[in-house]
Design a protein around this ligand. Sequence first.
Ligand code: IMP
Ligand code: MG
Length: 189
Amino acid sequence: MSPPEDSIRTLLDPAELAAIARRLGGELRRDYPDGVVLVALLKGSVCFLADLVREMPGPLEIDFLALSAYGDGQTRVRVVKDLDLEVADRDVVVVLDIVDTGLTLAYLLRLIALRGARSTAACALLDRQSRRLLPVELRYVGRVIADEHVVGYGLDLDERYRNLPALQVADETELRAEPDVMFERLARR
Ligand code: IMP
Ligand code: MG
């Protein structure tokens, strides 16, 4: 028997996501009037980045970085796609989909600091504080969320669901078991 439809919930609809991008874009614009390098972490942050930069008329550069987890319990990360831009003496803001344990963000901030950035800060659409393992300073936050897996607006489960226009929560077992059926149900919301 399939569980009730209300095992699916919309966390942030497109209008709410747009409002977050507008608010954070405004804060970044105010804090970096002379320009900034936005370093977006692939792939989850792409929708957020696309909305964010369009709320930031003014000097800015964009770059991308991809990391991959490895090792015992996937607790170590390495660079699989490096930056193209030189960040020495630049003000850099890292843009992420979600900060969970904080391991990814801590690694990124250290990497960018080692490259000689003048300043670093972090901007995340979502903050799941309850699972933090490393203390990290997150200056720009879209929304603090509870300990549940979210998909859509760039965020995935096993590379699926990134193209849903809203951020949604659904049962992880179901999302894995029946991705096509679940995509249809989520997209109908
Ligand atoms: P952290 O190193 O534990 O903070 O991991 C953050 C990364 O895990 C994010 O950049 C996401 O790619 C991924 N992630 C964590 N939680 C979720 C989620 O609920 N949905 C999709 N991806 C997630
Ligand atoms: Mg992922």
